[in-house]
Design a protein around this ligand. Structure first.
Ligand code: ADP
Ligand code: SR1
Ligand code: MG
Length: 415
């Protein structure tokens, strides 16, 4: 079908032209609302007026960046990569991926299950909601997907095929190169210029050559590693959950890249939530829960990843009998340590880019009181900078937690 932009006026006619969607809703009257709150796309909730149990989500990519405006062109074909990656993630880790009812690459459209009693993790964390199954769920998702799409599991032929499927998503990778690793650390028109004006932190970041040298190292790793299939934008706005279920959404940035990138994005956004509560609510119990969540996710990821590896005797990388068990165990442990270190570096970039970059996060940019917002931004910078500068020496979940809490007490003494 030829591409056309959907809106609340034409979407129902469009859906009724799709056989299985027509079957799902029958003769019901439908209403559509646009509910998108993301940076890039349009998301519609389509509801039956006659049967409240029937509802679907329709997501469409438009040929520009929604949050920056129509003059910021971006190929709508990004939806192809969201569709492809959701299918792969859904095969490897079905509990955490929404059901897909219909996909159309030419219309850049995805019709999926409506998560009707789930909330976006970012908002829930601002509201201090604790999800006690989240660490277990997300560590299962990450370990399964990262392991099963890497050369620790796939044959080299399968791995090359996987890469071929995602190589075309270079425009989205370029967005990450620009918006996660570059523009937010220099004067750039896409930045939050009103906030930069007269803000001493801006020059501190823009002139920080020690920091920028490390950013270049991490950007190079991002651009040149092909470890496994990644979500590519796994912040707390890409996770919808409730007490019992966790879903990963919005994977249009999917690409084959470095092991630590998704874990890093998650770590960054959980740490930003921690900073929000350090400055705004000062709720020590909730802060403790966030730190425990960070610790548990990383520890469980490590154990689950190693367990999957243990169950895989032969792989493209390791042939059974190639090295003795002790050597192999040491190799695996240092492999995981390397993933953790890399995640920490990526997390630092992801945190700091949210201070002045094009896409802010509510828990920091949304802080209303100017004085509190300034303090939160300083703490984001201090922790994020330490993550970036020292990522090669931050080896474990314990190291991460102590980096966060040490920076917090130092900043407390200064502000
Ligand atoms: P974008 O690519 O623009 O960031 P998202 O995929 O993140 O779009 O979706 C934007 C918003 O739409 C989400 O933050 C969430 O509120 C809502 N949403 C997306 N998918 C679903 C779903 N399956 N069920 C319910 N709400 C959803
Ligand atoms: C200009 S694109 C900004 C950001 O939105 C997405 O959610 C990604 O995080 C991207 O970096
Ligand atoms: Mg989103």
């Amino acid at each position: 079908m030829k591409y056309k932009i959907l809106n609340t006026d034409n979407i129902i006619k469009y859906l009724k032209s799709i056989e299985n969607i027509k079957k799902y809703f029958g003769e019901d009257n439908l209403i559509a609302k646009e509910i998108g709150d993301g940076n890039l796309n349009f998301v519609f909730l389509v509801l039956s007026c006659d049967d409240s149990s029937k509802a679907l989500i329709v997501k469409q990519a438009v040929p520009y960046i929604r949050c920056l405006g129509e003059e910021y062109l971006l190929k709508k074909e990004r939806m192809t990569y969201e569709i492809r990656s959701l299918r792969i993630f859904g095969t490897i880790s079905p509990d955490f991926i929404t059901k897909l009812y219909f996909t159309c690459e030419s219309m850049s459209v995805l019709v999926m299950q409506y998560l009707d009693n789930h909330t976006i993790l970012r908002g829930s964390m601002i509201d201090k909601i604790k999800y006690n199954k989240f660490s277990d769920h997300i560590s299962t998702y990450l370990s399964k997907v990262l392991f099963h799409t890497s050369s620790l599991y796939l044959s080299s032929e399968q791995k090359n095929e996987l890469q071929d499927k995602f190589n075309g998503n270079n425009e989205m990778c370029k967005l990450t190169e620009d918006y996660v690793f570059t523009f937010a650390f220099m004067q750039h028109p896409s930045n939050d210029t009103a906030n930069i004006k007269n803000n001493p932190l801006a020059n501190k970041i823009f002139d920080d050559t020690k920091f920028k040298e490390k950013v270049l190292q991490l950007k190079y790793i991002f651009m040149n590693s092909t470890d496994c299939l990644l979500h590519g934008d796994l912040h707390t706005g890409s996770i919808m959950l409730n007490t019992n279920e966790t879903y990963i959404i919005d994977s249009e940035f999917a690409f084959v890249g470095p092991f630590g990138f998704d874990i890093g994005a998650l770590l960054a956004n959980l740490t930003s939530a921690y900073i929000h509560h350090t400055i705004v609510s000062k709720d020590e119990e909730y802060k403790k829960w966030i730190l425990k969540t960070i610790y548990d996710i990383l520890t469980m990821f490590k154990n689950k990843f190693l367990q999957l590896w243990q169950q895989t005797k032969d792989s493209a990388l390791i042939t059974d009998g190639f090295v003795d068990n002790t050597t192999l165990k040491n190799y695996k442990n240092s492999f995981i340590q390397n993933i953790i270190r890399q995640s920490v570096g990526f997390a630092g970039c992801e945190m700091i880019r949210r201070i002045f970059g094009a896409a802010g996060v509510d828990e920091i940019r949304g802080i209303k009181d100017k004085n509190s917002k300034d303090k939160a931004e300083i703490l984001v910078f201090d922790i994020g900078r330490k993550f970036v500068i020292e990522y090669n020496d931050i080896n474990s979940p314990e190291d991460i937690i102590s980096t966060i809490t040490k920076c917090e007490s130092l900043t407390k003494n200064i502000t």
